[in-house]
Design a protein around this ligand. Structure first.
Ligand SMILES: Cc1cc2nc3c(=O)[nH]c(=O)nc-3n(C[C@H](O)[C@H](O)[C@H](O)COP(=O)(O)OP(=O)(O)OC[C@H]3O[C@@H](n4cnc5c(N)ncnc54)[C@H](O)[C@@H]3O)c2cc1C
Length: 481
C-alpha cells in the first residue's frame, strides 16, 4: 500500500505531531511499516492507506494527551480496536495516526451484585466473559468475532443474542470518551435506567470513532442462562421466515433464532456430511430456561413449524447443542474455502420483521444471476440478515451492484442498510436515502460541533456531497444498463 503524496505543509504537521507523541509514548509509538500495515485494514474488502504512525496508549489520560497533540497540529486520528470491522471503519483514508486501544485492557470493576462491569475499551469480549466465569454472569452481545468492547460500542454491534438481550445500545450504561479537543467526558451512571439530560452515551454508540475516542465502557451483565437448542428444516425460505414471525407473535421468548438458506446448508453437508441435513432452508433456535420450563412450549413451537411445512428436531444434550451452533459458526468460513481465491463481501440489512420474507425472497431471486456464489444467513428474529458473496478478483463491480440493490431494497421496505456492522466507508452513499436530507444535515451539524477540524476518523460515516449509491453511479458511467 502506497502513501498518497502529502503537501510539504501537511507532511510537516504530521511529522511534528509524531515527534511530540514519541516524546510522550516512547516505544509505544510505532512508525514501523509492518505495524502500520496491520492498522491499514480491517476484516472488510475496503482498501485504505497506511497510518503514518500507530500509538499504543495504556490510560485514558494518555489518549487525551495524544488527541491534544493531534488537535494542535490538525492531524487525523483513527481509533483501532480489534480490526474485526466489516465496513472499513478503522481503515485510514488520509494521513494521520492510528490509536490502537489494545493497551486499554484493564477490567476496572466487576459489580456482581449490581450486574455491572466497567472495562477498558481494549478489553476483548471473550476475555471479559472468561473473567466473569465464576460469577454466573456474562456479557451477552456477541458479534461472532473476538472484538474489543470499545469497538463494539463504537459500531453499535449486536449478533445472535440480540433478539433476547438487545444490542450494545441496550447494554452500555456509560462511557468514558476523549473528545476532539482532548477533554475527558464521562457519560451515564451505574444506575440501570436514567432520564437525566441528553443521552450522550447513545450519541457515541455507533459513531464509529468520528465523535470521540472511547476509553472505558460500563456494561450491563446478565445471568448465564440454561439453554435448550432445536432446529427446523422447511420446504421454503418463506416458510422459515414466516415461522419466526408467528413464534414471536405467540409470545415465545427466543434466545437466538438464526436462518441459514439452502445454499448454506449445502456447504454444511459438504464439510460435515454426518450432519445429514436436507438441502433446504433451516432455522437454528436457542431457548433460555430450564429444560422442564421449555418443554411445555415445545408443542406450540412444533405446531407453528408444522403449519409452515417445517420439521422440528431438538438437539439433545450439551454436546449436540454445541455441535449445532458450531455449524452456524463455521458455515461461511467453509463457503469461502470452497472457492479458491475467494474473499467474503457481507451485506447487513435489517427490515421490519413483517417485510423480511419478501425482502429475502427478492434477494434470493436477484442473486441467482451473481457470478460470485452468495449465502444468506440472518439474525431473523430482529429482521436482520446478511447476504454474503464469495467473490474473486474481477467480480467486484458485479457484486457491488447486487449489494447495492440489497441495500436499496431494505430502505424501500422501511429498514436500514446496516443492522449491526455500521456505515464506515462502505455504506455512506445510502445515508441520505435512509435518513433524509434534514436528518443527515443534523448529523453533520453534530459532527461540526464536536469535531470542528474533522480530525476524528475523517471520511467515515457521513457522505461526501457527491456520494451516491453505486448502481446509480455505475449507470451514469455506462457500466450497467
Ligand atoms: C467473522 C465475523 C463475524 C462478525 N459478525 C458480526 C455480527 O454478528 N454482529 C456485529 O455487530 N458485527 C459483526 N462483525 C463485525 C465486527 O466484529 C464488529 O463491527 C465489532 O464491533 C468491531 O469491533 P473491533 O474492536 O474489531 O473494532 P474495529 O474494527 O477496530 O473498529 C470498528 C470501528 O470502531 C471504531 N473504534 C474502535 N475502537 C474505538 C474506540 N475505542 N473509540 C472510538 N471508536 C472506536 C473504529 O475507528 C472503526 O470505525 C463480524 C466480524 C467478523 C470478522
Amino acid at each position: 500500500m502506497k502513501h498518497a503524496q502529502l503537501s510539504a505543509a501537511d507532511a510537516h504537521r504530521v511529522y511534528t505531531a509524531i515527534a511530540e507523541l514519541r516524546a510522550i509514548l516512547g516505544a509505544r509509538l510505532s512508525t514501523g511499516e509492518s505495524v502500520r500495515g496491520l492498522h491499514a485494514r480491517d476484516n472488510s474488502h475496503h482498501a485504505g492507506r497506511l497510518p503514518d504512525a500507530v500509538a499504543f496508549p495504556e490510560t485514558t489520560e494518555e489518549v487525551a494527551e495524544i488527541v491534544r497533540v493531534a488537535a494542535r497540529h490538525r492531524v487525523a486520528i483513527v481509533a483501532f480496536g480489534a480490526g474485526s470491522g466489516l465496513e472499513g471503519g478503522a481503515v485510514p483514508v488520509g494521513a494521520g495516526i492510528s490509536i490502537d486501544t489494545s493497551g486499554l485492557n484493564r477490567i476496572h470493576d466487576i459489580g456482581a451484585g449490581d450486574m455491572i462491569a466497567r472495562v477498558g475499551a481494549g478489553v476483548r469480549r471473550l476475555a471479559l466473559n472468561a473473567a466473569l466465569k465464576e460469577t454466573g454472569l456474562f456479557f451477552p452481545v456477541d458479534p461472532g468475532a473476538d472484538a474489543s468492547l470499545g469497538g463494539m460500542a463504537a459500531t453499535g454491534a449486536s449478533g445472535t443474542n440480540a433478539v433476547r438481550f438487545g444490542t450494545m445500545r441496550e447494554n452500555v450504561l456509560g462511557l468514558t470518551v476523549v473528545t476532539a479537543d482532548g477533554k475527558i467526558v464521562r457519560t451515564g451512571s451505574l444506575a440501570r435506567k436514567s432520564s437525566s439530560g441528553y443521552d450522550l452515551t447513545r450519541l457515541f454508540i455507533g459513531s464509529e470513532g468520528t465523535l470521540g475516542i472511547i476509553t472505558a465502557v460500563t456494561l450491563r451483565l446478565h445471568p448465564l442462562p440454561d439453554t435448550v437448542s432445536a432446529y427446523a428444516q422447511f420446504e421454503t425460505l418463506a416458510g422459515a421466515v414466516e415461522a419466526v414471525v408467528d413464534i414471536k407473535r405467540a409470545g415465545i421468548a427466543l434466545g437466538k433464532v438464526e436462518l441459514l438458506d439452502a445454499a448454506t446448508i449445502d456447504v454444511i453437508n459438504r464439510h460435515s456430511p454426518e450432519s445429514g441435513l436436507r438441502s433446504a432452508p433451516m432455522l437454528f433456535f436457542e431457548f433460555h430456561g430450564r429444560e422442564e420450563d421449555i418443554r411445555p412450549v415445545a408443542d406450540l413451537i412444533g405446531e407453528v413449524v408444522t403449519a409452515h411445512r417445517g420439521v422440528l428436531s431438538w438437539a439433545e444434550g450439551h454436546a449436540a447443542q454445541q455441535a449445532l451452533w458450531n455449524l452456524r459458526r463455521d458455515a461461511l468460513g467453509w463457503a469461502k474455502a470452497d472457492r479458491a481465491g475467494a474473499r467474503a463481501w457481507p451485506t447487513d440489512v435489517c427490515v421490519p420483521v413483517s417485510a423480511l420474507a419478501g425482502v429475502i425472497l427478492a434477494t434470493r431471486e436477484d442473486i441467482a444471476a451473481s457470478p460470485a456464489p452468495a449465502y444468506i444467513v440472518g439474525h431473523v428474529g430482529d429482521g436482520n440478515f446478511h447476504c454474503v458473496f464469495m467473490l474473486r478478483d474481477g467480480e467486484e463491480d458485479a457484486v457491488h451492484v447486487f449489494a447495492d440493490r440489497i441495500a436499496l431494497r431494505a430502505i424501500e421496505a422501511g429498514g436500514t442498510v446496516s443492522g449491526e456492522h455500521g456505515i464506515g466507508l462502505g455504506k455512506r452513499s445510502y445515508l441520505e436515502r435512509e435518513h433524509g436530507t434534514e436528518a443527515v444535515a443534523l448529523m453533520r451539524a453534530l459532527k461540526a460541533t464536536l469535531d470542528p477540524d474533522n480530525i476524528l476518523n475523517p471520511g467515515k460515516v457521513l457522505p461526501d456531497a457527491d456520494t451516491q449509491p453505486y448502481s446509480i453511479h455505475a449507470i451514469q458511467l455506462g457500466h450497467i444498463a
